[in-house]
Design a protein around this ligand. Sequence first.
Ligand SMILES: Nc1ncnc2c1ncn2[C@@H]1O[C@H](COP(=O)(O)OP(=O)(O)OP(=O)(O)O)[C@@H](O)[C@H]1O
Ligand SMILES: [Mg+2]
Length: 381
Amino acid sequence: MALDKNDVLAALGKVLGPDGRPLAAAGNLSDIVVADGKVFFSITVDAAAVRQWEEVRARAEAAVRAIPGVKLAMIALTAERAGAAAGAAAAPAPRRPPTAGGGARPHEGGGHAGPAGIPGVAAIIAVASGKGGVGKSTVAVNLALGLRDLGLKVGILDADIYGPSLPKLLAIRERPQTVGGTRLKPIERHGMAVMSIGFLVEEETPMIWRGPMVMSAITQMLREVEWGALDVLVVDMPPGTGDAQLTMAQQVPLKGAVIVSTPQDLALIDARRGIAMFRRVNVPVLGIVENMSTFICPHCGTRSDIFGHGGARHEAERLGVPFLGEVPLAIDIREKSDAGSPVVVAAPEGPHAQAFRDIAARVRDGLKVEGRPAPKIVIEA
Ligand SMILES: Nc1ncnc2c1ncn2[C@@H]1O[C@H](COP(=O)(O)OP(=O)(O)OP(=O)(O)O)[C@@H](O)[C@H]1O
Ligand SMILES: [Mg+2]
């Protein structure tokens, strides 16, 4: 029998919220979307009580995953905005002063006075997010393909050395060849030059990296690879804004950064951190992409805003960075990615491919913009 919302509610019956009430009765669940064995919903919580709720969220996800027939469960916490019904609890967190470096950039529109570029590569851009699992790799690969469709010569580097995604996303199993003994040739796929640490290690090898090794691995993949002449090299960054990412943002000669966020407030807080990080190292933020925006049911076409909708656009306006576009939460995008054929290649005529091409066009235009003022940014702790 087909899985439905009631099965999910029944499974949630045993999951209690921080106040001891069953989650299913707490009244803070969004629509529960069940499609093709996949379950998505969000829990709206007070921003002040996120820690307690994170644990509940994880238990709820585990309970839903345990339902026979569930292939995937994705549950997100959404914080209420200040001024909303339970406004007081969601009052803005204390603000820190604007980040140093947020106001001035030495080389407007021309990247930053950081490390030397890669010969032959006109622009390197990072696709990043403060938080994991928001769809950076999916966006990076489809954005790269969108740029290719605009006639640019494109490369893509998987800098997520902890959990490389490109071998799977692009169904690449072969190993790169060496040229002249030490340099590596990137793998060609869909007209793009592709490199990932995942091409060099066995899939099952746990990747444990200590501080300096991270930089040397990234440096090698950037500088000891025969990228050839590229208009754009898209770098899929690992999640987070820790020291490793900061160092990477500093060491890679970036011309700009694309920040991926889901529409929910909590992910946006992380997105803000990501933006602040790039500004700290004087890398222009090319804009924000709202991923997993509106969900469109593949069967009935109904739209539901599971993780909220428009949050990233609003945030981009507030921070004064371009809004690059939204990508819906679509089973199709996930399935195509899982099958190693990104949606821009698998369904080039479809609306999702078009969304990525539109984003790509804005990124390309953003790379050309000279002297864009650098708005100040405030990070909420
Ligand atoms: N718009 C979308 N619609 C449906 N599924 C999506 C969408 N974007 C991403 N996904 C799916 O969500 C999962 C996480 O995406 P992805 O690996 O791109 O995220 P990530 O931010 O790179 O994760 P990590 O932080 O682990 O690197 C994948 O299974 C992917 O197929
Ligand atoms: Mg990734």
